[in-house]
Structure formats: C-alpha cells, structure tokens
Ligand binder design. Structure first.
Ligand SMILES: [Zn+2]
Ligand SMILES: [Zn+2]
Length: 244
C-alpha cells in the first residue's frame, strides 16, 4: 500500500511518546529519541549488554553461563524508562507500527555488525499460538520482517515453533529455564521444507524485542543448531543492564 494511504489510515505516532507526528517527518520525535539510553560502546562481547568498563569482556550472565549457543548479540537501548513504556504498547496495545522504527534503530546503531555477520536469513523468536490469538501478532516477527526487508534477506517466521505454553518461572535458575524453554520449542514446518531441499541457512540473525537474561535466545539458538544452522547472531531492540 502507498505510504500516504497508510499514514491516512493509521496516523503516524512517535514510538517513544505515542504522540502524533507530522506526515513525512522522522519516525520518532528527535527530542524523544534523545531521552533514551543507547547501550554505548562498552558492551559484553557475547550478548551486547553494557558492561561497567572496557576490561570486562563478558557480562555477569554470559560469564556465569559458560558455553553459549549464539556467538554474538547486538541491541540498541537500555530497557528502562520511555523505551520500556514504548515496548509495552508495542507488545500489548497493538502498536505494531513501531516495529519499523525499531528495525531502523537497530540498523542505525548496529548495521555494521549485522551486515558483517553475513547472515542468510532472519528468524524471529516464536510465541505460542494462544498468545498469538490474544495479541494478534508476534512482536518479534514484526521487527524481524522489517529488518529482513532492509537487509534484503528472507524471513522465516515458521522456522521455529513454540509447542507448549510456558509461564515465566522467575524462581528457576537460568540453566533450568533454558532447559524448560528448549522443551517448549521445536523446528517448524519451514525448517523441514528447507532441510528437504538441503537449503537450511548456515548463518542466521535471531530476533527478539528484549534481551533480559538471555535464556530465551539461548534456548532458541540451541534448537536452531539442531536443524543445521551453524552460526547465530541475536538482535534485540532493548537489553537489560549487565551489572545490576
Ligand atoms: Zn515523541
Ligand atoms: Zn553478555
């Protein structure tokens, strides 16, 4: 659809303050964007979380996890304040249009690393169909689609499937959480079709909205490896602090 028609049907809103913005203006008010905290350049070599200083190679979670099934992570903003509110509206209040700006920000701040990784496909973290029915869309898929379009890569939304409904289990250790999540995930029909054709991508960008402990991305990427994917880069819009 023509962008002007889309703007007319869905008046464009700033993803940070949710206020209307003039048609044709940047996707986010510049003054709103300035209120957010970018992850900066001092980040964990593995997941992309900020670390206190340059001498720390890994964040606490990555250092204590040991072996990881994805090899790199990139993110844009610290998960706090205005961007946290933005993500809540994006996820629970049908502001799926924010996905375009999120992908734009990912490319603006991490475009170099994303391109260098030379991925062959983009895959979103899946959600259970019950959640999908309730929410109307998978928020990770929305961001993955925008990112894939920009990088000119295929996006496989049914490569991974969530077969069991899981509730967040905060009392579990990270390791137990990963194990539980792995049991709730399986390769989807797209993984099977690509396997039959011998064209499972070797390098993929795995997309989610938020990175907290990393257990979701860890579990997804372990299942990706079972399908023949060899290298996984995790890309998220927001990430928790590494030393809080
Ligand atoms: Zn704004
Ligand atoms: Zn880390």
């Amino acid at each position: 659809m023509d962008n002007r028609i889309i703007d007319f049907l869905y008046p464009p809103r700033c993803p940070v303050c949710d206020g209307l913005r003039p048609i044709g203006a940047p996707r986010c008010h510049p003054e709103c964007r300035r209120k957010l905290t970018p992850v900066g350049s001092c980040t964990c070599m593995l997941c992309g979380k900020p670390v206190p200083d340059e001498t720390a190679e890994y964040c606490y979670d990555c250092a204590s996890r040991g072996e990881s099934s994805f090899e790199r992570g990139v993110s844009v903003y610290l998960y706090e304040g205005d961007i946290r509110d933005s993500m809540v509206r994006f996820k629970f209040h049908r502001r799926e249009e924010y996905a375009g700006w999120y992908a734009e920000e990912l490319l603006a701040s991490q475009g170099g690393k994303l391109t260098e990784f030379a991925a062959e496909a983009v895959i979103p973290v899946p959600i259970h169909r019950r959640k999908m029915r309730h929410r109307g869309y998978n928020q990770a898929e929305r961001i993955a689609r925008e990112l894939a379009d920009n990088l000119d890569l295929p996006m496989y939304e049914d490569f991974l499937m969530r077969n069991r409904y899981t509730v967040p289990q905060k009392e579990l250790s990270n390791h137990e959480r990963i194990r539980n999540l792995m049991r709730a995930l399986e390769p989807g029909w797209q993984a099977e079709v690509l396997a039959r054709k011998g064209s499972v991508p070797k390098r993929v960008i795995l997309v989610d909205d938020i990175y907290t402990t990393g257990s979701t991305l860890e579990a997804c990427s372990a299942v990706l490896h079972r399908t023949g994917v060899e290298h996984v880069m995790a890309a998220t819009v927001c990430i928790g602090g590494g030393y809080s």
